[in-house]
Design a protein around this ligand. Structure first.
Ligand SMILES: Cc1cc2nc3c(=O)[nH]c(=O)nc-3n(C[C@H](O)[C@H](O)[C@H](O)COP(=O)(O)O)c2cc1C
Ligand SMILES: [Mn+2]
Length: 499
């Protein structure tokens, strides 16, 4: 898919999009509609007549696992992770077929780097100077205590002034007036680091309305020196096409619906927020830099993309789940004893990480906790539960079972301290606070355990027998008979969270 329009066509063809022609107010009303739609697993919504604006508003494009899979062109999100691991784990080829397969993988890397094209539809309409007018766009005020509308699904492009490396990040932008917004890049983020590294003024471009993979890539927590558009090109299997900006020395996606070009001064700050955030709380007002828009360029009839965050689950749950799946191979490349992990949506992704490991030595769970607390953005994780390899980390019922049964809180709980998410309101001080690790693996004698009991399992013969004979018993619709009746809640919850 080259652009948002291709994606909307896919959504429409798949019965995943509803066009809303009624006039709807981007001030709060859209949020309430989307909140209900997301929680019901409903479709993407294209509001064709947002009140007071000239452009339609697309929302809930990422709101279900099915749509996320459609976006990536896969059956399940783990397939995207597999594509990454294929390249990460490349070995010298043996034999001709292996070489051919290797070349295909190399080609996917060769196609990853963004290319520059001379012209793009994003420049069909160009507004500069006094013509710049953000009020043309149906920018949402999401929650009642938000002081202003916020651009919520931007791809913010900057370059590191020291080495020119591009960064693309998704940072919300509170509208100040027709041509200025705040830029909410938080303390741990790459865009902020680029800004802090400038002497005076950093050029910035913001792309709105992209193909879904490129849009997703802005939210991906890559190391600072890795260009998110390159990752998008790799995952798309086709490079992102860029054109030169008109008033900034930044290349912008040629097929974006809308691009805002401008600059941010090092020393111009204002009070941003409060904002009803993905934590489920209003994050308080804080100083953030001011973005001045020098040009607003658009396609004809540009479509404005938006997202609402709030008490989970919201649409962003699926952007987070995509990251969880896509980054598993990279995490395993550094910490290979990790089998799988799960960042519960209800935990806002930073609050909780469940991880399963192939335990090979005493203290192994603690080693993995500290590895996670030292790994990229996962370092902000507040609590970690470590389970053995056979436990399904996505089955919270199972996880709670082991977190209860296998844990002596005096021996198996690690309390540590470290950096926390910018938005975490619980610690005494902002940015830093306590960490909790729970070792829910089976304990070894070296770890101070008495002989560990065997877990109860029915023998395979009897299971097969009962499977075969089930009809004979005349017990027809026992809810959850397949798993002995337990796990009903967790199954429907998993379905809610996964589908
Ligand atoms: C919908 C959505 C909104 C987000 N808003 C912000 C934000 O306002 N500020 C921020 O620093 N990160 C925000 N994030 C998280 C960043 O996009 C994410 O950490 C990303 O990795 C940042 O890019 P970077 O690693 O290049 O800094 C948001 C993520 C999503 C999915
Ligand atoms: Mn980055």
């Amino acid at each position: 898919m080259r652009d948002l329009r291709d994606w909307i066509a896919v959504l429409e063809r798949e019965g995943e999009l509803v066009r809303v022609s009624a006039e709807v107010d981007p001030d709060l009303e859209v949020t309430e509609i989307v909140d209900r739609t997301v929680k019901a697993g409903g479709p993407a919504l294209l509001f064709e007549n947002p009140k007071g604006a000239k452009h339609p508003l697309l929302i809930n494009q990422f709101g279900t696992e099915r749509r996320m899979c459609l976006a990536f062109g896969v059956e399940q999100l783990d397939d995207v992770g597999r594509k990454v691991s294929d390249v990460l784990e490349m070995q010298p080829p043996q034999g001709l077929m292996d070489k051919v397969r290797g070349l295909q993988k190399l080609k996917s890397i060769a196609d990853a780097r963004a290319t520059t094209v001379r012209k793009g539809p994003v420049h069909e309409v160009v507004l500069q100077g006094d013509d710049v007018d953000l009020t043309l766009l149906p920018i949402q005020r999401c929650w009642p205590d938000d002081p202003a509308p916020f651009i919520t699904l931007p791809a913010v492009i900057t370059h590191d002034p020291r080495n020119g490396v591009r960064n693309v990040g998704m940072y919300r932008m509170q509208v100040i007036d027709r041509a200025t917004t705040f830029m909410h890049w938080q303390i741990h983020k790459d865009g902020r680091a680029d800004w802090l590294a400038t002497d005076g003024r950093i050029p910035v471009a913001v792309a709105l309305g992209l193909d879904p993979i490129t849009a997703y890539s802005a939210s991906a927590p890559l190391p600072h020196h890795i260009d998110e558009f390159m990752m998008a090109g790799f995952l798309r299997g086709a490079p992102v096409e860029l054109v030169k900006g008109i008033t900034v020395d930044i290349e912008v996606p040629a097929h974006a619906e809308i691009v805002l070009e401008g600059y941010i001064d090092k020393d111009e700050l204002g009070q941003e927020g409060p904002f009803g955030d993905h934590t489920g709380f209003y994050t308080p007002s804080e100083p953030f830099p001011v973005f001045h828009v020098t040009a607003m360029t658009m396609r004809r009839d540009a479509i404005y993309p938006s997202i609402v965050v709030g008490k989970p689950p919201q649409e962003d749950a699926w952007l987070g789940k995509a990251t969880e799946r896509i980054f598993l191979p990279a995490i395993r490349a550094t910490v290979p004893e990790i089998v799988d992990y799960d960042l519960p949506v209800a935990g806002g992704f930073h609050n909780c990480c469940i991880v399963s490991i192939k335990k090979a030595f005493p203290g192994h769970a603690q080693k993995v906790m500290h590895a996670i607390w030292g790994l990229g953005m996962l370092s902000l994780t507040k609590s970690i539960i470590v389970v053995d390899a056979h436990v399904d980390v996505h089955d919270y019922q199972q996880v709670l079972f082991y977190a209860g049964a296998n844990v002596d809180p005096k021996r198996d709980v690690v309390l540590s301290e470290g950096p926390l998410d910018h938005l975490d309101h619980a610690p005494e001080r902002q940015f830093i606070g306590g960490k909790l690790g729970i070792d829910a693996t089976a304990k070894w004698p070296e770890e101070g355990a008495r002989p560990w009991p065997e877990e109860i399992e029915m023998s395979p013969e009897i299971r097969d027998l009962v499977d075969r004979r089930w009809a004979d018993y005349g017990i027809e619709s026992v809810p959850g008979a397949a798993d002995g009746g337990v796990g009903q809640t967790s199954r429907s919850l998993r379905q809610l969270l996964r589908r």
